[in-house]
Write a protein that binds this ligand. Sequence first.
Ligand code: MN
Ligand code: MN
Length: 364
Amino acid sequence: MTSSRINKLQTYMNTNNLDAMLITSPRHVYYLTGFATNPHERFLGLLLPKGAEPILLVPALDYEAAHAASSVTNIHTHSDTDNAYEILGKLMPSGIRHLGVEKEDLSVLRFEAISEAVGVTSFSDIGLPLREMRAIKTPDEVARMKHAIRIVEDVLSAGVAKVKPGVTEIELVAELEFQMKRLGAQGPSFDTMVLAGMKSALPHGTPDNTKVAEGELLLFDLGVYADGYASDITRTFAVGEISDELKNIYGAVLNANRLAIEATRPGVTFGSLDRLARESIEASGYGPYFNHRLGHGLGMDIHEYPSIHGRNEDLLRAGMVFTIEPGIYVPAVGGVRIEDDVLVMPDGVEVLTSYPKQLTVIGS
Ligand code: MN
Ligand code: MN
């Protein structure tokens, strides 16, 4: 798998007149070699010279782990007292004039150090071929994502069981994150969100000591990393009996979620999905309160290509995984978001999340 990915980058170098590529984001080193690490501030680099063997440069303390996991076997190290960029310069084959780098990943400081050490003056961004490869998930990647989704749905069930009036948002976050580790996740894929009552109307609110109360909404948005891949799910619940207005808001969001999912198939545009959901929420009278895009790509990153918004005219392709997460947020009333993870299939869609989404009363 990893070697076929490197082969694709070799082809890209040929057609784009690059002499070599330098991969510096740990995510992409993992994607291309199978070796996962967090190097912190230390340098990690995968050098792909055109038509030659790849070279992996890792912190010395990572050598054993890299040797065990990496499909690239030409591994060099730098110690904490070495200048990693000088070592990179020595590993760089002679005659490299045009180097591909990850502009999104490289700090200016690191870019200048690399530029000086390798003696190259012409650089191109290689974000596009990596993004294109990552956009279409392999069966192995889909299996990892399904695993991450199974875990987070079990975590959500465990968290919902702890809901009762008086429990705080933070106490529920702590329970959810405990369950993530207990059920085998690497950890949360983003800051776990539990928002009670009127705070549910903040799409990016921060959990605090707000107490869960009867007659209000309770919004959970959470995800985990498992085997290097992220899951992401939102469900909103009623704590006890809620008002007709909150029920109407819930129904409008659920309808938009279902309409967008039903329209998901290869060949339609991302923009059309967003517009379909948005128009249905507008028809319900809550248009101004759906104030974010419909969803985002999901994979090794919690937010990645594609962005599902009304002006994205890119076409859906089989193998893409993204979220569908319409919401309505009425200040001082409450907010509802319902988020599913979906896989585009050759003939339609597979909804990867399976947690029930009809309005459910909890906490009693
Ligand atoms: Mn999301
Ligand atoms: Mn989410």
